[in-house]
Design a protein around this ligand. Structure first.
Ligand code: G4P
Length: 531
């Protein structure tokens, strides 16, 4: 396989959803199709006892949730697929957002009975900010859900994205009979008794009498034809360019638990989704097909996956070129050459050493403490990828060390955890009474922080919850910013000295935006997406 073929066969994506929409189920079915696992239940390792466990993962064990996230890969029909798993339950954290920066596209999984839910909305915003293609899978059609038109309307109203149904369901819940593929003019029949046996019928079109024969329910078929006509007349047209820009989402309907519609989704997705995409860097755009030297960036650091080694794993997204075990690359920020001798790739929690990988792939590097989120590694000429953004935390606590003598270890631990991206650290403005404030995206991170500082740095801390729920990076003309700094309360600085305002709620934030029209409030340190 040539370099170009290897890169073009890569598909790296993340599944974004709200807890319980069926992400684990869908992932598992995709892995089954790809032959990466042999039986259902393998992905749900979280429910079995065998599990790589470190001290702080005790929290995970106690709660039966997954604090770690992994990269799952499989081969299908000549494609090499990487699924970036995004932590989703109470362990929702900034890692979840950051993982999306390593994806070239996303699949938005929606429970058809519930529609767009809170967490999906947050993750969608990050995808939108990056302008990556977003595919939608409406799940659980075997149960009574909401009207598909209503779901499409919700995508437009709540998320501001237009949609194009690739297929259209015939019935739902009790009456769910199948899905018609609008592109292939193919009918997939749902058999509730044996959902895994899917009959596929090739039609001439929706008016084909074979449809009436296959679904013995004239009313249902009539309704389907009517809906499809409405879609053809009033719906958006399919436009791959808009899909590529993330402005139009192709919708698929199915039932992950029954594997229904999953393979159809996968096959369309692989054809329509992008191969590894170019990234911005200090040297301009790095295009994986033409820039054949190795480069990549660290998007996630995972601490202590193995209690015996107490090591960290830095996850690197390869942006261009080919990785070969043992190769020497430049760690641009510290200006040193390092040898990549022991990278690992992940299938669930099982580590295995890999020998080669290409643009689009994710590799895990053993990290004795050299890496920071956003670091660039390159072969050949030096450059750096655009900075990794910080996203607004939603929970805040003032943090202090219980024993003053432990101050040094405390600062070291905080520094380390900030570099890993587990927490964000802010400082208040008052020079005489400087206070440190920890911000996290998911509340569980506070427990992880307390636990890790205690067990890794032998420091006991005191956390005092603060009433804020939003952080906004503030920017504006120097004069306006000065006036703002004098008048506005609850100002802090982030790790890089940028000004951040903490708000208790949306209302407070809106009031400030009205009061200071010259100041722009950004919801991430990228200064891209505003309120
Ligand atoms: P998550 O990772 O997004 O949190 O969701 P997960 O796959 O764990 O699925 C959440 C629940 O929804 C599970 O039920 C799962 O079986 C169910 N589910 C997933 N896909 C479908 C579907 O297409 N149709 C229906 N009817 N249910 C679906 P559970 O009872 O919470 O767990 P379990 O005991 O079945 O594992």
């Amino acid at each position: 396989m040539t370099y170009t073929e290897a890169v073009q066969s890569r598909r790296t994506f993340a599944i974004i959803s709200h807890p319980d929409a069926g992400k684990t189920t869908l992932t598992e079915k995709l892995l089954l199709f790809g032959g990466a696992i042999r039986e259902a239940g393998s992905v749900k390792g979280k429910k079995t006892a065998k599990h790589a466990m470190s001290d702080w993962m005790d929290i995970e064990k106690q709660r039966g949730i997954s604090v770690t996230s992994s990269v799952l890969e499989f081969q299908y029909d000549g494609y090499h697929v990487n699924i970036l798993d995004t932590p989703g339950h109470e362990d929702f954290s900034e890692d979840t957002y950051r993982t999306l920066t390593a994806a070239d596209s996303a699949t938005m999984l929606i429970d058809a009975a519930k529609g767009v839910e809170a967490q999906t909305k947050k993750l969608f915003k990050v995808c939108k900010m990056r302008g990556i293609p977003i595919f939608t899978f409406m799940n659980k059609l075997d149960r009574q859900g909401r009207d598909p038109f209503e779901l499409m309307e919700e995508l437009e109203n709540l998320l501001g994205i237009r949609s194009y149904p690739m297929g259209w369901p015939i019935g739902m819940g009790q009456s769910f009979s199948g899905v018609y593929d609008r592109h292939e003019k193919r009918l997939e029949l749902y058999n509730p008794e044996n959902p895994k046996e899917i009959d596929v019928i090739q039609l001439e079109g929706p008016d084909d009498p074979k449809l009436d024969e296959a679904i013995n329910d004239p009313e249902l078929v009539a309704q389907f034809r009517e809906e499809l006509e409405l879609l053809d007349v009033a719906g958006d047209e399919f436009d791959l360019e808009l899909v590529a820009k993330g402005e139009l989402t192709p919708i698929f309907f199915g039932s992950a638990i029954s594997s229904f519609g999953v393979q159809t989704f996968l096959e369309h997705f692989l054809k329509l989704s992008p191969a590894p995409t170019p990234r911005e860097s200090s040297k301009g755009i790095i295009e994986p097909l033409t820039h054949k030297e190795f480069s990549g960036f660290i998007f996630k650091i995972q601490a202590n996956m193995n209690p015996a080694h107490r090591d960290r794993i830095a996850f690197l997204r390869i942006t261009s070129g080919k990785f070969e075990r043992g190769m020497a690359v430049k760690h641009v920020r510290i200006g040193k050459n390092i040898k990549l001798s022991q990278p690992t790739q992940f299938l669930a929690q099982n580590r295995s050493i890999i020998d080669e990988a290409y643009a689009g792939d994710i590799i895990g590097l053993f990290d004795p403490g050299n890496f920071r989120i956003g670091d660039t590694l390159v072969e050949g000429d030096s450059f750096e990828f655009a900075e990794m953004p910080h996203f607004s935390p939603e929970f805040f606590s003032a943090i202090t060390v219980k024993e003053a003598l432990k101050h040094k270890s405390f600062e070291k631990g905080l520094h380390q955890l900030t570099e890993e991206g587990a927490i964000q650290l802010f400082k208040t403005f008052n020079r005489f009474n400087e206070q440190q404030i920890v911000g996290v995206v998911g509340v569980l991170q506070f427990e992880v922080l307390e636990h890790r500082l205690k067990h890794e740095y032998h420091v006991d801390i005191q956390l005092e919850r603060l009433p804020f729920s939003l952080a906004r990076w503030a920017e504006g003309p120097a004069e306006a910013l000065e006036a703002f700094k004098k008048a506005q309360r609850n100002l802090v600085t982030d790790r890089d000295g940028r000004i951040v305002v903490l708000f208790e709620n949306d209302f407070q934030m809106r009031t400030a935006t009205e009061k200071y029209p010259d100041i722009t409030f950004y919801e991430n340190s990228f200064f891209r997406s505003t309120i």
